[in-house]
Design a binder for this molecule. Structure first.
Ligand code: GLU
Length: 493
């Protein structure tokens, strides 16, 4: 095949984009770019009951943040639009009519109660979940049981109806999945899928197949939860006389606690579910992308840190695993640390600024923030933690760590600290090396260990028992601030 690769990410705007959706988008993106192909964003919004305002925007923001620009989409016009299914309803009607004309679909007028009654009636030991299918459709109210005249009358008089696919029993639908290999389904397991709903809009199945065909999609790459829909799609391609695209169903994302990663169990484990939570949590987009790429795929060597460009170069659908991929948040934290440390201090300023704004802290210039980042970057895995662990850079400690005090605050401490305070106050040239020298002089004179004074000084200045280099920290805070903090500690402790 020489045709250009065209793939699509086709989310339904039924909520905020979740992390599994972003992985699906990523695999599509990597595959497209690997083959110099086209990456399409298609919004599958034909289910009006589940439509969530703002969801489309959220999807677009997430893809842009993650560095996966699409070539065609609602706000990136191409020659296959519109890219929002709600704007394509006339198209689906044409194909539904074609299927009816060819005898592959039919009108059904049954009320939900009538369908429920059929289920109750046909339920038995051998048929536990009766479906609307070849066996039951003969007992229902549809264009196969009514005369053409009655059917027309009902439609003209405005009776609500749906259009169903006429699935023939006793067939086997087979296809080759790029990831799962040979897949086969018995048609008797399928129901007569609703293709057009009573509101005149298509269901996912019809719209998806029609659009994949009309948009020239060559490869359908999507989550495993859609595998059971694939045979219906294959039948639709066959009945519409179209060649089906190559299918590739991605492995499920699993919870570390076992089972599929659901919104609920993710929350219980402290795993953010929505991409927007990673954005607001200050995660590095490249770290998240790198992590997600490895959730079900690996390059087959021992490389772990790969840029988007390298991922594109290495990605192959054949290397995607069939087995579910466990979401390991510690691994994501590790990735984030690697990327955080590789960023320049300057690059991280806006992220720290974002955290400060959230906490209503202001009045610090960029140069100051850059220095804080320089001192804290190696100690944290996310920018938010710079503030969590380095609040003392922005305000004097309001309390002192109990455990640290117990360990470090001894009878002789106030006297030592007072001596240090006097030395600091007298300092002409106030900087880290001088501070360190002053402190060493005091302890050496008395033949004490460094920690005997350094730890209390740290507690006085930061409120904590550990942290970044104390003397650099003191230099950054400035002489007046440090003097004030030591005085306060001496007065309160
Ligand atoms: N609209 C479906 C979804 O929300 C698309 C599935 C597919 O890619 O075919 O995931």
């Amino acid at each position: 095949m020489t045709s250009q690769v065209r793939v699509r990410f086709a989310p339904s705007p039924t909520g905020m984009l979740h992390i599994g959706g972003l992985r699906t988008a990523l695999y599509n993106y990597l595959f497209a770019k690997k083959h110099n192909g086209i990456f399409i964003l298609r919004i599958e919004d034909t289910d009006q009951n589940r439509y969530v305002d703002g969801a489309e925007n959220d999807i677009i923001t997430a893809l842009k943040w993650a560095g996966m620009p699409y070539d065609e989409g609602p706000d990136a016009p191409g020659s296959y639009g519109p890219y929002r299914q709600s704007e394509r309803s006339a198209i689906y009607q044409t194909y539904a009519a074609q299927l009816i004309g060819q005898g592959h679909a039919y009108y059904a007028f049954d009320t939900p109660e009538a369908i429920e009654a059929m289920r109750e009636r046909l339920k038995s030991e051998v048929n536990k979940n009766p479906k609307y299918d070849a066996a039951s459709r003969t007992q229902m109210t549809n264009s196969l049981t009514l005369s053409p005249e009655e059917t027309r009358q009902r439609i003209e008089s405005g009776s609500p109806y749906v259009i169903r696919l006429k699935t023939e029993p006793g067939e086997v639908v087979t296809f080759h999945d790029q990831i799962r290999g040979h897949v086969s389904f018995q048609t008797r397991e399928l129901d007569d899928q609703v293709l057009m709903k009573s509101d005149g809009l298509p269901t996912y199945h019809l719209a998806n197949v029609v659009d994949d065909h009309l948009m020239g999609v060559t490869h359908v790459i999507r989550g495993e939860e859609w595998l059971s829909s694939a045979p219906k799609h294959i039948l639709l391609y066959r009945y519409l006389g179209w060649e089906a695209p190559v299918m590739a169903h991605l492995p499920l994302i699993m919870s570390p606690a076992g089972g599929k990663l659901s919104k609920r169990n993710a929350e219980e484990l402290g795993i953010p579910v929505n991409v927007r939570d990673y954005i607001s949590g200050g995660y590095d987009p490249e770290a998240l992308v790198n992590f997600l790429a490895f959730l079900g795929w690996s390059p087959g060597d021992d490389r772990e840190i790969l840029s988007m460009k390298e991922l594109i170069g290495a990605f192959r659908l054949e290397d995607v695993s069939k087995a579910g991929a466990v979401f390991n948040i510690d691994k994501l934290t590790w990735y984030n640390e690697q990327y955080l440390r590789s960023r320049s201090d300057e690059h991280l300023i806006p992220l720290l600024q974002q955290e400060l704004e959230l906490q209503n802290i202001s009045g610090f210039n960029s140069a100051y923030l850059e220095s804080v980042i320089g001192l804290m970057k190696e100690r944290v895995s996310r920018p938010a933690e710079i503030l969590e662990q380095g609040r003392f850079f922005f305000e004097a400690p309001s309390h002192y760590d109990e455990k640290a005090l117990k360990k470090a605050w001894k009878a002789e401490t106030p006297e030592l600290l007072l001596e240090f305070l006097t030395a600091v106050e007298a300092m002409k040239s106030y900087h880290a090396a001088a501070l360190k020298q002053a402190l060493s002089d005091i302890v050496e004179q008395r033949g004490l260990g460094f920690g005997k004074l350094m730890l209390p000084a740290r507690i006085a200045v930061t409120g904590m028992g550990g942290g970044p280099d104390l003397f650099e920290t003191m230099e950054l805070l400035g002489k007046d601030e440090v003097v004030g903090r030591i005085q306060k500690a001496l007065n309160t402790l």
